[in-house]
Ligand binder design. Sequence first.
Ligand SMILES: Cc1cc2nc3c(=O)[nH]c(=O)nc-3n(C[C@H](O)[C@H](O)[C@H](O)COP(=O)(O)OP(=O)(O)OC[C@H]3O[C@@H](n4cnc5c(N)ncnc54)[C@H](O)[C@@H]3O)c2cc1C
Length: 285
Amino acid sequence: MKLPFFLARKFVAAETVENTLPVAANLRASGLSTTLDLLGEYISDPKLATRAKESYISLVKAIDSSEGTIDKNISIKLSMLGQKIDESFCLDNLHEVLTVAKETNTFVRLDMEGTDVTGSTVSIFERVHPDYPENVGIVLQAYLKRTAEDVAHMCELGARVRLCKGAYKEPAKLAYQDMPTIRDRYLEYMEKLITTGRYPGIATHDDLLIAATKEFVGSNKIPSDRFEFQMLFGIRTETQQSIAAEGYGMRVYVPFGDMWYPYFSRRLRERKENVWFVLANMFKK
Ligand SMILES: Cc1cc2nc3c(=O)[nH]c(=O)nc-3n(C[C@H](O)[C@H](O)[C@H](O)COP(=O)(O)OP(=O)(O)OC[C@H]3O[C@@H](n4cnc5c(N)ncnc54)[C@H](O)[C@@H]3O)c2cc1C
Protein backbone atom coordinates (compact mmCIF):
# COMPACT_ATOMS: atom_id res chain seq x y z
CA MET A 1 0.00 0.00 0.00
CA LYS A 2 1.40 3.42 -0.95
CA LEU A 3 0.88 6.18 1.59
CA PRO A 4 -0.40 9.52 0.29
CA PHE A 5 2.32 12.09 -0.44
CA PHE A 6 0.84 14.84 1.71
CA LEU A 7 2.11 12.92 4.79
CA ALA A 8 5.70 13.43 3.65
CA ARG A 9 5.54 16.93 2.27
CA LYS A 10 7.17 18.54 5.32
CA PHE A 11 10.36 16.63 4.51
CA VAL A 12 10.11 15.84 0.76
CA ALA A 13 9.97 18.64 -1.83
CA ALA A 14 7.80 16.89 -4.45
CA GLU A 15 7.25 13.58 -6.19
CA THR A 16 8.56 14.71 -9.61
CA VAL A 17 11.65 16.51 -10.95
CA GLU A 18 9.44 19.12 -12.65
CA ASN A 19 7.86 20.11 -9.33
CA THR A 20 11.17 19.98 -7.44
CA LEU A 21 13.20 22.32 -9.65
CA PRO A 22 11.13 25.43 -8.75
CA VAL A 23 11.47 24.57 -5.04
CA ALA A 24 15.27 24.43 -5.44
CA ALA A 25 15.28 27.66 -7.46
CA ASN A 26 13.28 29.42 -4.71
CA LEU A 27 15.68 28.23 -2.02
CA ARG A 28 18.61 29.52 -4.05
CA ALA A 29 16.87 32.83 -4.64
CA SER A 30 16.47 33.15 -0.85
CA GLY A 31 20.24 32.83 -0.33
CA LEU A 32 20.54 29.10 0.38
CA SER A 33 22.48 26.52 -1.63
CA THR A 34 20.88 23.17 -2.41
CA THR A 35 21.72 19.56 -3.15
CA LEU A 36 18.98 17.56 -4.89
CA ASP A 37 18.39 13.96 -3.88
CA LEU A 38 16.25 11.62 -5.96
CA LEU A 39 14.90 9.29 -3.26
CA GLY A 40 15.24 5.51 -3.38
CA GLU A 41 17.64 2.94 -1.96
CA TYR A 42 18.66 -0.70 -1.80
CA ILE A 43 17.71 -1.66 -5.35
CA SER A 44 18.08 -5.38 -6.08
CA ASP A 45 17.01 -5.48 -9.75
CA PRO A 46 19.74 -4.47 -12.28
CA LYS A 47 17.09 -2.96 -14.59
CA LEU A 48 15.99 -0.60 -11.81
CA ALA A 49 19.61 0.31 -11.05
CA THR A 50 20.12 1.18 -14.74
CA ARG A 51 16.95 3.25 -14.63
CA ALA A 52 18.19 5.04 -11.49
CA LYS A 53 21.49 5.83 -13.25
CA GLU A 54 19.54 7.29 -16.19
CA SER A 55 17.38 9.33 -13.79
CA TYR A 56 20.47 10.74 -12.04
CA ILE A 57 21.98 11.68 -15.42
CA SER A 58 18.70 13.35 -16.51
CA LEU A 59 18.66 15.25 -13.23
CA VAL A 60 22.20 16.54 -13.77
CA LYS A 61 21.23 17.64 -17.30
CA ALA A 62 17.99 19.27 -16.13
CA ILE A 63 19.90 21.27 -13.50
CA ASP A 64 22.50 22.21 -16.11
CA SER A 65 19.73 23.57 -18.36
CA SER A 66 18.30 25.70 -15.57
CA GLU A 67 20.58 28.59 -16.56
CA GLY A 68 22.12 29.05 -13.15
CA THR A 69 18.87 29.16 -11.18
CA ILE A 70 19.64 25.83 -9.47
CA ASP A 71 22.89 24.74 -7.78
CA LYS A 72 24.78 22.10 -9.72
CA ASN A 73 24.90 19.74 -6.77
CA ILE A 74 23.17 16.39 -6.25
CA SER A 75 23.28 13.65 -3.62
CA ILE A 76 23.04 10.03 -4.65
CA LYS A 77 22.93 6.62 -3.00
CA LEU A 78 25.19 3.87 -4.34
CA SER A 79 22.61 1.27 -3.31
CA MET A 80 20.40 2.85 -6.04
CA LEU A 81 23.14 2.16 -8.61
CA GLY A 82 23.34 -1.56 -7.88
CA GLN A 83 25.89 -1.65 -5.03
CA LYS A 84 24.09 -4.62 -3.43
CA ILE A 85 23.89 -6.45 -6.77
CA ASP A 86 27.51 -6.21 -7.93
CA GLU A 87 30.13 -3.62 -6.96
CA SER A 88 31.70 -3.41 -10.42
CA PHE A 89 28.27 -2.88 -12.03
CA CYS A 90 27.68 -0.07 -9.50
CA LEU A 91 31.12 1.40 -10.23
CA ASP A 92 30.39 1.44 -13.98
CA ASN A 93 27.06 3.17 -13.35
CA LEU A 94 28.75 5.71 -11.09
CA HIS A 95 31.42 6.44 -13.72
CA GLU A 96 28.64 7.25 -16.21
CA VAL A 97 26.97 9.65 -13.78
CA LEU A 98 30.30 11.29 -12.89
CA THR A 99 31.29 11.68 -16.56
CA VAL A 100 28.18 13.81 -17.14
CA ALA A 101 28.79 15.60 -13.83
CA LYS A 102 32.33 16.50 -14.94
CA GLU A 103 31.10 17.72 -18.35
CA THR A 104 28.51 19.95 -16.69
CA ASN A 105 30.63 21.03 -13.69
CA THR A 106 28.23 19.36 -11.25
CA PHE A 107 29.13 18.09 -7.77
CA VAL A 108 27.88 14.62 -6.76
CA ARG A 109 27.79 13.65 -3.09
CA LEU A 110 27.71 9.94 -2.27
CA ASP A 111 25.32 9.66 0.69
CA MET A 112 26.37 7.16 3.35
CA GLU A 113 23.92 4.35 4.10
CA GLY A 114 23.98 1.45 6.61
CA THR A 115 27.09 -0.38 7.85
CA ASP A 116 26.41 -3.23 5.41
CA VAL A 117 27.74 -0.88 2.71
CA THR A 118 30.12 1.51 4.54
CA GLY A 119 33.33 -0.28 3.49
CA SER A 120 32.09 -0.70 -0.07
CA THR A 121 31.04 2.98 -0.32
CA VAL A 122 34.43 4.19 0.93
CA SER A 123 36.23 1.83 -1.45
CA ILE A 124 34.13 2.85 -4.49
CA PHE A 125 34.68 6.51 -3.56
CA GLU A 126 38.45 5.97 -3.38
CA ARG A 127 38.39 4.41 -6.83
CA VAL A 128 36.51 7.26 -8.53
CA HIS A 129 37.94 10.24 -6.63
CA PRO A 130 41.26 10.45 -8.55
CA ASP A 131 39.36 10.80 -11.87
CA TYR A 132 36.76 13.30 -10.61
CA PRO A 133 38.37 15.16 -7.67
CA GLU A 134 36.24 18.28 -8.26
CA ASN A 135 33.00 16.42 -8.85
CA VAL A 136 32.62 13.80 -6.15
CA GLY A 137 32.44 13.83 -2.35
CA ILE A 138 31.51 11.42 0.42
CA VAL A 139 29.60 11.42 3.73
CA LEU A 140 31.06 10.24 7.05
CA GLN A 141 28.94 9.42 10.10
CA ALA A 142 30.19 10.52 13.54
CA TYR A 143 28.45 7.60 15.29
CA LEU A 144 30.60 4.95 13.58
CA LYS A 145 33.66 3.74 15.45
CA ARG A 146 35.66 3.51 12.22
CA THR A 147 35.10 7.18 11.32
CA ALA A 148 38.25 8.60 13.00
CA GLU A 149 40.32 6.65 10.47
CA ASP A 150 38.06 7.59 7.56
CA VAL A 151 38.25 11.29 8.46
CA ALA A 152 42.07 11.16 8.59
CA HIS A 153 42.21 9.32 5.27
CA MET A 154 39.79 11.69 3.50
CA CYS A 155 41.83 14.67 4.75
CA GLU A 156 44.96 13.07 3.25
CA LEU A 157 43.15 12.55 -0.07
CA GLY A 158 41.89 16.14 -0.09
CA ALA A 159 38.35 14.75 -0.50
CA ARG A 160 35.23 16.75 0.25
CA VAL A 161 33.35 15.25 3.23
CA ARG A 162 29.86 15.87 4.59
CA LEU A 163 29.90 15.14 8.31
CA CYS A 164 26.65 13.94 9.90
CA LYS A 165 25.76 12.01 13.06
CA GLY A 166 24.39 8.97 11.21
CA ALA A 167 20.76 8.02 10.65
CA TYR A 168 20.65 4.20 10.59
CA LYS A 169 20.11 1.77 13.44
CA GLU A 170 23.51 0.15 13.99
CA PRO A 171 24.86 -2.33 16.55
CA ALA A 172 26.94 -1.14 19.54
CA LYS A 173 29.92 -3.08 18.18
CA LEU A 174 30.10 -0.69 15.22
CA ALA A 175 28.46 2.54 16.38
CA TYR A 176 28.36 4.69 19.50
CA GLN A 177 24.83 4.66 20.85
CA ASP A 178 24.76 7.60 23.28
CA MET A 179 24.34 11.20 22.20
CA PRO A 180 27.10 12.76 24.38
CA THR A 181 29.73 10.47 22.81
CA ILE A 182 28.36 11.00 19.29
CA ARG A 183 28.47 14.77 19.82
CA ASP A 184 32.06 14.59 21.19
CA ARG A 185 33.18 12.59 18.16
CA TYR A 186 31.32 14.97 15.85
CA LEU A 187 33.15 17.97 17.33
CA GLU A 188 36.52 16.24 17.04
CA TYR A 189 35.92 15.42 13.35
CA MET A 190 34.46 18.87 12.63
CA GLU A 191 37.69 20.49 13.88
CA LYS A 192 39.90 18.12 11.92
CA LEU A 193 37.90 18.49 8.70
CA ILE A 194 37.74 22.28 8.91
CA THR A 195 41.46 22.65 9.65
CA THR A 196 42.95 19.96 7.41
CA GLY A 197 40.12 18.81 5.11
CA ARG A 198 38.65 20.31 1.98
CA TYR A 199 35.48 22.41 2.21
CA PRO A 200 33.56 20.09 4.58
CA GLY A 201 29.77 20.14 4.94
CA ILE A 202 28.80 20.41 8.62
CA ALA A 203 25.43 18.67 8.39
CA THR A 204 23.36 18.95 11.54
CA HIS A 205 20.32 20.66 13.08
CA ASP A 206 21.85 20.42 16.53
CA ASP A 207 22.30 23.88 18.11
CA LEU A 208 25.12 22.66 20.31
CA LEU A 209 27.18 21.47 17.32
CA ILE A 210 26.35 24.55 15.24
CA ALA A 211 27.38 26.90 18.08
CA ALA A 212 30.59 24.94 18.68
CA THR A 213 31.47 25.11 14.97
CA LYS A 214 30.94 28.88 14.88
CA GLU A 215 32.98 29.26 18.07
CA PHE A 216 35.80 27.10 16.66
CA VAL A 217 36.10 28.99 13.37
CA GLY A 218 35.71 32.36 15.12
CA SER A 219 38.43 31.75 17.70
CA ASN A 220 40.79 30.27 15.09
CA LYS A 221 40.09 33.04 12.58
CA ILE A 222 39.06 30.53 9.93
CA PRO A 223 37.25 32.23 7.04
CA SER A 224 33.62 31.19 6.57
CA ASP A 225 34.27 30.11 2.97
CA ARG A 226 36.37 27.14 4.17
CA PHE A 227 33.25 25.08 5.02
CA GLU A 228 29.45 25.14 4.85
CA PHE A 229 26.59 24.17 7.11
CA GLN A 230 24.00 21.75 5.74
CA MET A 231 20.44 20.96 6.85
CA LEU A 232 17.54 18.91 5.55
CA PHE A 233 14.61 20.37 3.62
CA GLY A 234 11.75 21.34 5.92
CA ILE A 235 13.73 21.12 9.16
CA ARG A 236 14.56 24.31 11.10
CA THR A 237 13.90 26.50 8.06
CA GLU A 238 14.19 29.74 10.06
CA THR A 239 17.55 28.65 11.45
CA GLN A 240 18.69 27.88 7.89
CA GLN A 241 17.90 31.44 6.89
CA SER A 242 19.48 33.00 9.97
CA ILE A 243 22.73 31.04 9.55
CA ALA A 244 22.92 32.17 5.91
CA ALA A 245 22.19 35.76 6.98
CA GLU A 246 25.16 35.58 9.36
CA GLY A 247 27.38 35.03 6.31
CA TYR A 248 27.92 31.25 6.51
CA GLY A 249 27.28 28.94 3.58
CA MET A 250 24.08 26.96 4.18
CA ARG A 251 23.13 24.11 1.88
CA VAL A 252 19.70 22.48 2.03
CA TYR A 253 19.39 18.81 1.15
CA VAL A 254 16.24 18.61 -1.00
CA PRO A 255 14.85 15.07 -1.33
CA PHE A 256 12.21 14.32 -3.95
CA GLY A 257 10.63 11.43 -5.81
CA ASP A 258 7.96 8.85 -5.17
CA MET A 259 10.20 6.42 -3.25
CA TRP A 260 10.10 8.63 -0.16
CA TYR A 261 8.96 6.20 2.55
CA PRO A 262 12.36 5.01 3.99
CA TYR A 263 13.68 8.59 4.14
CA PHE A 264 10.44 9.79 5.70
CA SER A 265 10.49 7.05 8.37
CA ARG A 266 14.11 7.93 9.34
CA ARG A 267 13.01 11.54 9.93
CA LEU A 268 10.11 10.37 12.12
CA ARG A 269 12.38 8.08 14.14
CA GLU A 270 14.82 10.94 14.83
CA ARG A 271 12.32 13.22 16.51
CA LYS A 272 9.02 12.35 18.11
CA GLU A 273 7.65 15.87 17.47
CA ASN A 274 7.83 15.04 13.76
CA VAL A 275 5.37 12.17 14.31
CA TRP A 276 2.93 14.63 15.91
CA PHE A 277 3.42 17.01 13.00
CA VAL A 278 2.50 14.28 10.51
CA LEU A 279 -0.51 13.16 12.57
CA ALA A 280 -1.76 16.76 12.84
CA ASN A 281 -1.49 17.08 9.07
CA MET A 282 -3.46 13.87 8.58
CA PHE A 283 -6.33 15.32 10.52
CA LYS A 284 -6.13 18.66 8.73
CA LYS A 285 -6.52 16.94 5.37
C1 LIG B 1 22.29 17.72 4.94
C2 LIG B 1 22.20 16.40 5.66
C3 LIG B 1 22.58 15.25 4.99
C4 LIG B 1 22.56 14.02 5.65
N1 LIG B 1 23.05 12.90 5.02
C5 LIG B 1 23.12 11.75 5.70
C6 LIG B 1 23.74 10.59 5.14
O1 LIG B 1 24.24 10.58 4.01
N2 LIG B 1 23.78 9.46 5.90
C7 LIG B 1 23.25 9.41 7.17
O2 LIG B 1 23.35 8.37 7.83
N3 LIG B 1 22.63 10.49 7.70
C8 LIG B 1 22.56 11.64 7.00
N4 LIG B 1 21.96 12.73 7.60
C9 LIG B 1 21.15 12.56 8.82
C10 LIG B 1 22.01 12.67 10.07
O3 LIG B 1 22.88 11.58 10.17
C11 LIG B 1 21.12 12.72 11.32
O4 LIG B 1 20.39 11.53 11.41
C12 LIG B 1 20.14 13.87 11.34
O5 LIG B 1 20.72 15.05 10.81
C13 LIG B 1 19.72 14.16 12.81
O6 LIG B 1 20.81 14.59 13.58
P1 LIG B 1 21.05 16.15 13.92
O7 LIG B 1 22.47 16.32 14.30
O8 LIG B 1 20.63 16.96 12.75
O9 LIG B 1 20.13 16.56 15.06
P2 LIG B 1 19.23 15.68 16.07
O10 LIG B 1 20.13 14.75 16.82
O11 LIG B 1 18.05 15.11 15.36
O12 LIG B 1 18.71 16.79 16.97
C14 LIG B 1 19.57 17.52 17.81
C15 LIG B 1 18.86 18.75 18.27
O13 LIG B 1 18.62 19.58 17.12
C16 LIG B 1 17.43 20.29 17.33
N5 LIG B 1 16.47 19.94 16.28
C17 LIG B 1 16.53 18.89 15.44
N6 LIG B 1 15.46 18.92 14.60
C18 LIG B 1 14.75 19.99 14.92
C19 LIG B 1 13.52 20.56 14.45
N7 LIG B 1 12.81 19.98 13.46
N8 LIG B 1 13.07 21.68 15.04
C20 LIG B 1 13.73 22.24 16.04
N9 LIG B 1 14.88 21.74 16.54
C21 LIG B 1 15.37 20.64 16.00
C22 LIG B 1 16.89 19.89 18.67
O14 LIG B 1 17.41 20.77 19.63
C23 LIG B 1 17.49 18.52 18.86
O15 LIG B 1 17.54 18.12 20.19
C24 LIG B 1 22.04 13.96 6.97
C25 LIG B 1 21.66 15.13 7.64
C26 LIG B 1 21.76 16.34 7.01
C27 LIG B 1 21.38 17.57 7.77
